[in-house]
Design a protein around this ligand. Structure first.
Ligand SMILES: Nc1nc2c(ncn2[C@@H]2O[C@H](COP(=O)(O)OP(=O)(O)OP(=O)(O)O)[C@@H](O)[C@H]2O)c(=O)[nH]1
Length: 617
């Protein structure tokens, strides 16, 4: 450390802190990498392995099934649940209809009781036939009821006992002396059985269950409460009828009538609070829950009990009084009961309609969802499948060296990115293959074709000339005294001369089918398809002249050179070999060299004799 330079002192606590922080962050990074890797580990086996083995169509199907099956089961259970709700409502409607019918039957049973009372009060045997007729009416209703509605075994038993009770009055042993009481007891039992049947129907349909909160209170009112009211009225009617028949009220009678009076008062006040509560809970039914509708019959009965009964005791027309005393009120209660159940029916119809609409909506929604899902699936599958097909075809074309085709997926997904990458690969492969082809067919120094390629071309050309019965000519050019150039000016100069010779020769050919190649060190060859010997000699002479007159500038040196050219031409037949033509040209160029260079020579082969023709400057 230099003298006087301030030293940087790092507090030990700070240093320690940094070390801990870096260790912590390293641990955190480690934990994070483990956590991130966990899903991948879970994925790898067995799902990844499975996915790797499947084709795309099966992958799609598998993934779709994984989503579609739970969706299907959820939808199916939802639809089943909705349909069960609809069926339950229909069953409840049926129960409400039964309630209306049973209310009618109860009223008929009350009528039967009236007729028995009248028979008893008036001691009129003419009522016997009316009682019988009334029994028939009730039986007909009961039969129609059991035919029309599906009843449970328990309900059928109740109905059977109801029929029995409605039949002839049974007289219990020891009770023969009190026929009116018997008649009342029979009627009472019939009504009890009917009330039990009503409750059973309501419970079985679910109208009285907690699930039917929307009408539970109303149904209960129409069933339990109104049954209680009719029972109260019936009790008063029986006592009223009895004391009218007897003609006076004894002490026990006064007590009974007092009790019934108090019961009526209690029922009325209980009913008031029930109705008040129901009006709040069920505003939809508030127009029906008018206190007067329910209280009126009870009040009338109460008043009748209080005053009319006593007055009636003194009247002679007891039957008339009796009828007024009880009948209208009980009828009003049953009327009210039916009215309530009709409203329940109307309400259930509304609920049913809304449920049906909801059910239809769910089905329509699910169908739409399914259609959209299937269309999406098909679109997805087709887009991927067609893209893969295009890529596969494209790759196969490129593999076979056909680079003209291109691939355009017209999508914006990863497969399109793959297509773009494959396009680039194709173009680079083509460039490289073109370069390789050029390298493999061209002579690097002169830029003309190399010997290997030329030999193949000569072979093909001879084959073509044989098929088309035409002539093919071959020129061999050999630079004269080329060694001297190398020796005097150096190899670079020699190279420059060869390169320039290549240029001159390339520039000398006009036909696209003519071909120049470097055949050896300072030797060139020119193939002239569809050319006879005469034409080839003319062409060779022109080249020779051109080269002779051509000056090559190399590093301030002007170099001139001449060439000796051997010309050969043949019209190939079945036995002609490539080497025949080459041998002729080779022999001709040799002759040109031998006869002084810078000239063109031809060989005309007639059987075994060779005729040498030469052209010289
Ligand atoms: N610079 C250079 N020289 C080459 C190349 N190929 C062959 N040569 C030389 O070309 C010369 C050919 O010499 P020779 O075969 O004696 O032929 P020449 O000197 O032209 O004589 P003649 O053909 O008899 O007229 C040799 O010296 C070779 O080394 C080449 O690519 N570049």
């Amino acid at each position: 450390m230099l003298q006087g330079q301030p030293e940087l002192v790092i507090p030990s606590t700070f240093r320690a802190g940094r070390g801990t922080a870096s260790r912590d962050s390293a641990k955190l990074t480690e934990y994070a990498s483990v956590l991130c890797g966990l899903p991948m580990m879970l994925l790898k086996n067995p799902f990844l392995g499975l996915m790797k083995r499947l084709r795309f169509a099966n992958k799609f199907l598998l993934v779709t099934a994984c989503f579609a099956l739970p969706m299907f089961f959820t939808s199916a259970s939802l639809l089943i649940e909705l349909w069960q709700r609809i069926e339950a409502i229909q069953q409840q409607q049926n129960a409400a209809l039964q309630m209306v019918e049973m209310s009618n039957m109860a009223q008929e049973m009350e009528n039967l009781r009236d007729l028995k009372l009248l028979e008893f009060l008036l001691l009129d045997s003419g009522y016997l036939s009316k009682v019988k007729a009334q029994r028939n009416i009730i039986n007909t209703r009961l039969n129609a009821f059991s035919d029309h509605f599906n009843l449970t075994p328990f309900q059928s038993t109740l109905l059977a006992s109801l029929k029995q009770e409605t039949g002839e009055d049974t007289v219990s042993p020891g009770m023969e002396a009190i026929p009116m009481k018997l008649a009342f007891e029979n009627a009472h039992r019939s009504l009890e059985a009917l009330y039990e049947l009503q409750s059973s129907v309501l419970v079985q349909s679910g109208l009285l269950s907690g699930q039917r909160q929307d009408i539970f209170g109303i149904v209960n009112l129409a069933n339990e409460e109104l049954q209680a009211i009719t029972k109260r009225i019936a009790e008063v009617r029986i006592s009223g009828a009895f004391y009218l028949r007897v003609g006076y009220v004894d002490a026990s009678g006064v007590e009974l009538l007092d009790q019934q009076y108090r019961d009526l008062e209690q029922t009325i006040s209980a009913l008031r609070s029930v109705l008040a509560n129901l009006s709040v809970t069920y505003p939809e039914f508030s127009d029906l829950l008018v206190v007067e509708h329910f209280i009126e019959p009870l009040l009338l009965v109460k008043n009748a009990l209080d005053t009319d009964l006593m007055q009636a005791m003194t009247l002679t027309q007891k039957s008339t009084e009796f009828e007024v005393f009880q009948k209208n009120n009980i009828d009003a209660v049953y009327e009210l009961q039916r009215h309530l159940f009709e409203r329940v029916l109307a309400h259930l119809q509304q609920v049913l309609e809304s449920q049906l609409i909801y059910f239809g909506g769910v089905i329509a929604g699910l169908t739409l969802l399914l259609c959209v899902f299937m269309l999406m699936f098909l679109a997805f599958y087709r887009s991927v499948n067609s893209a893969l097909k295009s890529l596969r075809l494209f790759a196969s074309e490129v593999a076979q060296g056909r680079y003209e085709t291109s691939v355009d997926l017209n999508t914006q997904d990863e497969l399109n990115e793959l297509a773009v990458a494959m396009e680039q690969m194709r173009s680079q492969l083509k460039t490289r293959e073109d370069k390789l082809y050029a390298l493999s067919t061209t002579d690097a120094l002169t830029g003309v074709y190399n010997r290997q390629y030329f030999d193949q071309a000569v072979s093909k050309e001879i084959e073509r000339a044989r098929r088309q019965a035409t002539t093919v000519a071959l020129l061999f050019l050999d630079a004269d005294h080329f060694k001297q150039i190398n020796d005097t000016l150096g190899h670079l100069a020699g190279d420059a001369v060869l390169s320039e010779l290549g240029n001159v020769l390339k520039g000398s050919i006009y036909r696209a089918t003519d071909m120049v190649a470097r055949y050896g060190g300072e030797e060139f060859a020119i193939l002239l398809p569809n050319t006879n010997l005469k034409g080839a000699v003319t062409f060779a002479e022109r080249i020779r002249e051109t080269i002779e007159k051509h000056s090559i500038l190399f590093e301030d040196e002007i170099i001139t050179i001449t060439v000796s050219i051997g010309v050969a031409a043949i019209r190939p037949d079945r036995d002609t070999l490539v080497r025949d033509l080459i041998a002729q040209a080779d022999e001709a160029v040799y002759q040109a060299k031998m006869t002084g260079r810078n000239r063109c020579c031809t060989l005309t082969q007639t059987s075994t004799t060779l005729e040498v023709k030469e052209s010289a400057p």
